[in-house]
Design a binder for this molecule. Structure first.
Ligand code: C2E
Ligand code: MG
Ligand code: MG
Length: 739
């Protein structure tokens, strides 16, 4: 405040007083003169502070009125007086009263006008600091609140200025291991691990903080004892616009959190690993299961193939053929279309098997199968139904088409095969049956095609034949016989006739040596059926086995009866069918029946045809050896009609060759037949076999046979086959007429 110069006031006291007045009335503080506890004079501001309308209004009031009460006024005097009396300035903050009774805080500065004469009064400068006081109090409250918050915060909070601690909470001290207040004024360096760390952190954080942004980081810090502490640190400038006012840092120990996170991650990793392992295991299990299923399916498919397909050639077998054929026939029936069934049989396939081995035979069949399959259409079926037998079903095929395909197949099948560098050729015989003319179901068509195929074979092989009405009559008869024969045995329709056999004696006489048992079948409607007709039927249906056994037992029973009557030298010849001869049980059966009858084995002679013996010569040799070992005699029936090779004949354990009646028939007229019979007899003699000529009907034939050296005969000349009783009579008659 600029006052007028002292020189002016001294020169003019009035002027000085005026000046003083201006100063007083314009001063920003209240000024008052007090004399004897009474307000003498005050300026405008003082009046305003204490609530008086004007300074004049306040003049003369008692000092006590501006204090809270009398006691306070008294106390104030007691405090101030000694100071004032010592000539010093008294300063204090004091609660005072306005005129309207309102209390307020004032700052008082007082001094005696003249310390030597205290009665002259004192002068006081008053400042209304109520607002400031209130603000201070509010600030203090705020600070207290803040500290309370800070001290109760679970996180460490520190205030820094110039990187020095201005303030921090208890949690911060505890976090870093300091005593209360210990950190105050310290550089933040103390909780860093190194100078470098500290500097680096400073560079890192102060840049964003200076921009007014917050800073956040994870930091590895140290406690007072030097141990490391992993913290999450968040910081912000207290005044975003002015970094120099300091920063606040919130610090949290995240060691436990990190450990928890780490543990969680480990657990998660472990879980993931376990899941991966389980998944892996599951995949393996699933794979194993899938493989099992695949294997099972493969096995089932294999079983199905075995059930429906031929293992060697992969062609459909008989079951699948029947299935497909029935469907094809059903379709043909509904759509009124023709259909052909072909039977194809390889001629003399057995020879290939026997001479070159089964491996070559199998390879040949496989190649034939491939060729056949390659020659037919999609809708056709080529099946293998037996050793060298194929059946081909051709839907939508008429006679012309069937003939065309038959010749094509024959060409294909008979083209040479190269096997192991060797050229092989087979010829097929084909029989054809047509739907619906020859039959309207699969079984019938098969029988027809089979019959036609046999005709093809009989007609010289390597040809095809259609089924004809003549064959039809034959097959129809076969069916009838088959059905009738099934009951023939149990109904007692079978019987045996016996044809005597004679030895040609040196003296020109003959001697009865035995009988051949010949089967007879008398059916109530069909009458007498020739064994030449029904034996093949019995063979085709396996009925021959029980029938053959019955024949053997019946013949031996009869022989036992004759022996009982004294005809002990008689032998019994029994015919064996090919089927029986191939049956492994035959020797055992024969042995059993002989034992049952208590018959000497050498009295039994089993006849097998040349065809039977040569069908499978090696097996025949083995079977003959077994029968021979049981003491049974063997003869070869119908000798000369087959193709027995000398080499095998030598190995056959037979006792007798029965010269077929076809050579005997024209013996007297036909020199060629005589030559054959002559050759047979010489060969038999060379091999140590006896001979018997069949079908001897005339004395001329007998003479020739005797002359050629034949040892025995059988024929109508001596006797037809006879029922048992007639034969017994014949026997007795023989004895009676014996010389
Ligand atoms: P086979 O074994 O060659 O029997 C001889 C056949 O010639 C018999 O015909 C017989 O009656 C006939 N025969 C005998 N003497 C004369 C004759 O002087 N002139 C003519 N023309 N024929 C004569 P059968 O009894 O009709 O038998 C035919 C074939 O049936 C037999 O031929 C035999 O192969 C077979 N057979 C007969 N009985 C049985 C049997 O019990 N089992 C088997 N598996 N086959 C049998
Ligand atoms: Mg015979
Ligand atoms: Mg014969």
């Amino acid at each position: 405040m600029s006052l007028s110069s002292p020189s002016d006031s001294t020169t003019d006291p009035q002027q000085a007083l005026r000046e003083l007045d201006v100063i007083l009335s314009n001063a920003g503080v209240g000024i008052v003169f007090v004399k004897q506890r009474t307000l003498v004079r005050c300026n405008q501001r003082w009046a305003e502070i204490y609530g008086f309308d004007s300074p004049a209004d306040a003049a003369g009031i008692s000092n006590v009125e501006i204090y809270e009460n009398e006691r306070v006024a008294h106390d104030f005097g007691v405090r101030a007086y000694p100071v004032l009396a010592a000539g010093q300035t008294f300063r204090c903050e004091q609660r005072m009263r306005r005129r309207n009774g309102e209390l307020f805080w004032a700052h008082l500065t007082g001094r005696l006008i003249d310390p030597e004469a205290p009665g002259q009064g004192s002068i006081w400068i008053v400042d209304d600091i109520d607002d400031k006081k209130a603000a201070d109090a509010a600030l203090q409250d705020l600070n207290a609140e803040q500290q309370a918050i800070l001290d109760h915060a679970m996180v460490g909070i520190v205030f820094l200025r110039e990187r020095r601690v201005t303030r921090c909470n208890r949690a911060f001290e505890q976090l870093f291991g300091y005593a209360p207040g210990e950190l105050s004024g310290q550089l933040s360096r103390v909780w860093y691990l190194s100078d470098d760390d500290w500097l680096e952190a400073g560079e890192r954080c102060y840049e964003p903080l200076a921009r007014g942004e917050s800073f956040q980081a994870e930091m590895l810090l140290r406690r007072k004892d030097g141990s490391p502490l992993l913290c999450e640190v968040r910081s912000q400038a207290i005044d975003r616009r002015d970094l120099s006012r300091g920063t606040i840092w919130i610090t949290q120990d995240i060691t436990a959190r990190k450990q928890a996170e780490e543990a969680l991650r480990e657990a998660k990793d472990q879980l993931e690993m376990l899941v991966a392992q389980r998944t892996e295991q599951l995949i393996r299990t699933v794979e194993a299961l899938e493989q099992k299923v695949a294997e099972q399916q493969a096995a089932e498919a294999h079983i199905q193939r075995l059930a429906l397909y031929d293992g060697l050639t992969g062609l459909p077998n008989r079951h699948l053929l029947a299935d497909r054929s029935n469907q094809a026939i059903e379709i043909a029936r509904r759509s009124n279309e023709p259909l052909a069934v072909l039977f194809l049989d390889l001629d003399h396939f057995k020879n290939i098997n026997d001479s070159l081995g089964h491996r070559v035979g199998d390879a040949l069949l496989t190649q034939v199968a491939t060729r056949l399959r390659g020659a037919v259409r999609e809708q056709d079926t080529v099946a293998r139904t037996g050793g060298d037998e194929f059946v081909i079903v051709l839907p939508l095929t008429d006679i012309g088409g069937a003939a065309h395909l038959a010749s094509k197949l024959m060409q294909l099948a008979s083209a040479p095969f190269v096997m192991d560098g060797q050229e092989l050729a087979v010829t097929p015989s084909v029989g054809i049956a047509m739907f619906p003319t020859d039959g309207d179901d699969f079984d019938t068509l098969c029988k027809c095609a089979d019959a036609a195929m046999y005709r093809a074979k009989r007609d010289g092989r390597n040809v095809f034949r259609f089924y004809t009405s003549e064959m039809q009559a034959h097959t129809a008869r076969t069916l009838v016989l088959e059905n009738a024969l099934r009951r023939a045995l149990e109904r007692g329709q079978l019987s045996l006739h016996y044809q005597p056999q004679f030895a040609l004696l040196e003296d020109g006489e003959v001697a009865l040596t035995g009988a051949e048992a010949l089967l007879r079948w008398q059916h109530p409607e069909l009458g007498w059926v020739s064994p030449a007709e029904f034996i093949p039927v019995a063979e085709n249906t396996s009925l021959i086995l029980p029938i053959g056994e019955w024949v053997l037992r019946e013949a031996l029973t009869q022989l036992r009866a004759w022996r009982a009557q004294g005809f002990t030298e008689l032998s019994m010849a029994v015919n064996l069918s090919t089927v029986q001869f191939r049956h492994a049980d035959l020797p055992a059966l024969v042995g059993r029946v002989l034992d049952e009858m208590a018959m000497p084995a050498q009295r039994l002679e089993l006849e097998l045809t040349e065809g039977t013996a040569m069908d499978d010569p090696q097996a025949a040799v083995a079977m003959m050896n077994e029968l021979h070992a049981r003491g049974v005699r063997l003869s070869i029936d119908d000798f000369g009609t087959g193709y027995a090779s000398l080499s095998y004949l030598k190995k056959f354990r037979v006792n007798k060759l029965k010269i077929d009646q076809s050579f005997v028939r024209d013996l007297t007229e036909d020199a060629e037949d005589r030559a054959i019979v002559d050759a047979i007899i010489r060969m038999a003699q060379a091999l140590g076999l006896s001979t018997l000529a069949e079908g001897v009907e005339t004395r001329g034939q007998l003479e020739w046979l005797r002359r050629l050296g034949c040892e025995a005969v059988q024929g109508y000349l001596f006797s037809r086959p006879l029922p048992a009783a007639a034969f017994t009579a014949f026997l007795q008659n023989q004895v009676a007429t014996a010389p």
